[in-house]
Design a protein around this ligand. Structure first.
Ligand SMILES: NC(=O)c1ccc[n+]([C@@H]2O[C@H](COP(=O)([O-])OP(=O)(O)OC[C@H]3O[C@@H](n4cnc5c(N)ncnc54)[C@H](OP(=O)(O)O)[C@@H]3O)[C@@H](O)[C@H]2O)c1
Length: 290
């Protein structure tokens, strides 16, 4: 198993490449052959279809279930055929039903990790503790995590129930987690910090920060004899909190190249220079955000 890497599946199905189950099985097998065995899913991916795609691919790949670590998420109601508005639901009924659906879709009888996908504004932390305990005792879920929780909400739940990580968005393009204590908290608890969209949509939907960074990223890539993807990843990996990027590429050759970012150690000044350009201002000052 390669340390500190998870393969994301958000773009495998209809939210991205629209892989057939044969193509998904091939990609799954290619990842497995590279010792990439941790996969990140969510019930809503592909408008509630990507879990089934993955389940089919797993069957076709010939890989045994216990050779993989499969995580999925629930707690978002995604508008479309099933829901008329985007909402969050962390009630007992919704979570139990979601887990049972995910197990069926994924052709498995357990999840390695279940994530609560968002911090529900209507969340009842005591009810959540009860349902997570019930799911754990049933053997249907081995471990639990959350995504996109504030540092305070993570602590409230973590004080009641063990959590493996607070999966958060973090990249050079969107470095906000540096400034709201979620990354710091993750490091403090010695958790692996799973980060999603680690390339900050640099290649898929450039924002202003990405445009500002273009020249410096090209120069830095040249300096370190690397690609821009590798520099973007190396920038996140410099943060000393067991950063575990969730790689979203659907291209195994690209994934293999990106992993080489673990061998790049950006200098402190290069790291801060890139941060400064991304934010459009140097670090410092006494007002938030720093
Ligand atoms: N918890 C949450 O709320 C949450 C939210 C979003 C995502 N996630 C998870 O995080 C995973 C990763 O997120 P992400 O997909 O945004 O990750 P990402 O790795 O930052 O972006 C992947 C995208 O960048 C493209 N790409 C990468 N390198 C490229 C290059 N050199 N040139 C052109 N295109 C390039 C990929 O295209 P190719 O496929 O062609 O390589 C793919 O479309 C998701 O799959 C999902 O599992 C979680």
């Amino acid at each position: 198993m390669k340390p500190h890497i998870v393969i994301g599946t958000m773009r495998w199905g209809s939210w991205g490449r629209n892989l057939s189950s044969d193509q998904a099985a091939k990609l799954l097998k290619s990842c497995y052959d590279e010792n990439l065995v941790k996969f990140d899913l969510a019930d809503i991916y592909g408008d509630y279809t990507t879990e089934s795609l993955f389940g089919e691919a797993l069957k076709k790949s010939g890989i045994k279930r216990n050779q993989l670590k499969i995580s999925t998420k629930c707690g978002i109601l995604y508008p479309g055929a099933h829901h008329r508005v985007k909402a969050y639901d962390s009630s007992k009924t919704h979570l139990i039903n979601s887990v049972n659906n995910s197990l069926k879709n994924l052709n498995t009888d357990y999840l390695d990790v279940l994530f609560i996908h968002q911090q529900d504004h209507l969340m009842n932390f005591n009810e959540l503790e009860t349902v997570l305990t019930e799911l754990k005792l049933s053997g249907k879920v081995k471990h639990f995590g959350v995504c996109n929780f504030s540092a305070y909400a993570f602590k409230v739940l973590y004080d009641k129930f063990p959590l493996v990580t607070n999966q958060m968005e973090f990249s050079l393009i969107k470095p906000g987690a540096l400034f709201n204590d979620t990354l710091f908290q993750s490091g403090h608890y010695h958790k692996k910090t799973q980060i999603y969209t680690p390339l900050g949509n640099y290649f898929t939907a450039k924002n202003e920060a990405a445009y500002r960074l273009q020249n410096e990223l090209t120069a830095t890539a040249k300096k370190y004899n690397a690609t821009i993807d590798q520099i973007l990843l190396a920038w996140t990996l410099k943060v000393p909190y067991k950063i575990t990027p969730i790689l979203g590429s659907v291209n195994i050759e690209r994934i293999k190249e990106q992993i080489k970012a673990f061998d790049i150690n950006l200098s402190v000044e290069d790291w801060y220079k890139l941060l400064e350009i991304s934010r459009g201002k140097p670090v410092g000052g006494t007002t938030q955000p720093r």
